[in-house]
Design a protein around this ligand. Structure first.
Ligand code: SF4
Ligand code: SF4
Length: 128
């Protein structure tokens, strides 16, 4: 599925998107566009095409999630050390997933897990 993405850093506040697609964009107090709805409508697509700074993009929705195979864990501790916000040790001395947010640390922990216990699932159910 796709969604509308707005890069506020690029916005110069020209007002085109808020005029064209008022259901998607409003004007913030800073005089910049603000995304109020990320549904991909014909008007949102038009706004992305006329935006002079390419601040608006139609992107794939990131539906990746962590697919943690706890049965594979040998308790080496790599993930707990690298991504303590996401993993902790349980009473059995194995890693436990405590936060499903995918951060750079989680990606690093996945790369350093010796048993490939930390995988990612995408919307197509493929494992990476
Ligand atoms: S069209 Fe682009 S530059 Fe203009 S207000 Fe919208 S996001 Fe900002
Ligand atoms: S890195 Fe892998 S094997 Fe090591 S504690 Fe974490 S999940 Fe278990």
């Amino acid at each position: 599925m796709k969604k509308v993405s707005l890069n506020k850093e690029k916005c110069i506040g020209c007002g085109s998107c808020t005029n064209i697609a008022s259901e998607n964009f409003s004007y913030s107090d800073e005089g910049k566009a603000e995304l109020i709805n990320d549904n991909v409508t014909d008007k949102a697509i038009e706004a992305s095409e006329v935006c002079p700074t390419e601040a608006i993009e139609i992107v794939e929705q990131d539906t990746k999630s962590i697919n943690f195979k706890s049965e594979r864990c040998i308790g080496c501790g790599n993930c707990v050390n690298i991504a303590p916000n996401n993993f902790k040790f349980n009473d059995e001395g194995k890693a436990e997933l405590i936060n499903e947010e995918i951060t750079d640390e989680v990606k690093k922990a996945s790369a350093h897990c010796p048993t490939e216990a930390i995988l990612f699932t995408t919307n197509e159910n493929s494992e990476k």
